[in-house]
Design a protein around this ligand. Sequence first.
Ligand code: GDP
Length: 310
Amino acid sequence: MIALLAGGTGAARFLLGLARVVDPRRLTVIGNTGDDLDCWGLHVSPDLDTVTYALAGLLDPARGWGVREDTFHCLGAMARLGHETWFRLGDRDLATHLHRTRLLREGRSLGEATETLRRALGVPCPILPMSNDPVRTRIRTPEGWLAFQEFFVRERAKVEVLEVRYEGAARARPGPGVLEALRDAEAVIVCPSNPVTSVGPILAIPGVVEALRATLAPTLAVTPIVGGAPVSGPAGRLMAALGLPVSAVGVAAYYRDWLDLLVVDERDADLVPAVEALGVRTAVADTLMTDGARAAALARNALAALGVPG
Ligand code: GDP
């Protein structure tokens, strides 16, 4: 079994590549819930949903979130009723949030709701929320604290970042199966996800870093930073706010405590000595997943670096 730490869009691309080169039933995905939000009274888990839709073959490939060919009739109707619509929910996507919210109101856990969704949508592997307890990533800007989605979607990540906080993390327990997956895996892979707001919340759950340190499995991360900038999204701004270099070196510095191997992009091969100086071994590969074949090649390279048969 291969355990994966996953955010949203970057993780989804990588998982689609990985599912082409290993039996997806061998995977266990540990997903970020620090991005979760309440929208119109519904519990939305954007990263869990992106990964679920990807592995179900339902993800909209152009947007990188939501259900392919979805419509937005409800969103338009909500706008006419005066509701905020900066967080866009498609009509088919809404069924996911209605289902999840209903189960949560009936007293089921987020993990149970995620499990029923992935099974109903035909995803062949477990997707484990990092925790069933609420953890919310908050970003301090010159105008004050913002919820992650307010920063990322409403403000389009264009405001200055002064501080990042994972509210609730210190009291949160790891989701059922999370520590066991890290312990029992033959390999652990950190997807090319935003280190600060996708992987950081998972690492902030008490017990997770200890499990990553203790596991006998080799641990590998794929850099989300290529050529001095993230491939997409605000990872650069967030890493800089934490005082990290915006490069594979910064990624290695953030994970070095427990990381064995970092896949550095071939365009950044000159950074290999600086990464290795941090005590992290490297593999160099093309990490730009512009299509499924490239994502599969990257996954094959990651497995080869880990010594795990595909
Ligand atoms: P989010 O919740 O949508 O931000 O989800 P992620 O954290 O999984 O995805 C965003 C991260 O993935 C960003 O830091 C991107 O730089 C990275 N990313 C997206 N596409 C690619 C790609 O093709 N290659 C690499 N190496 N990183 C990517």
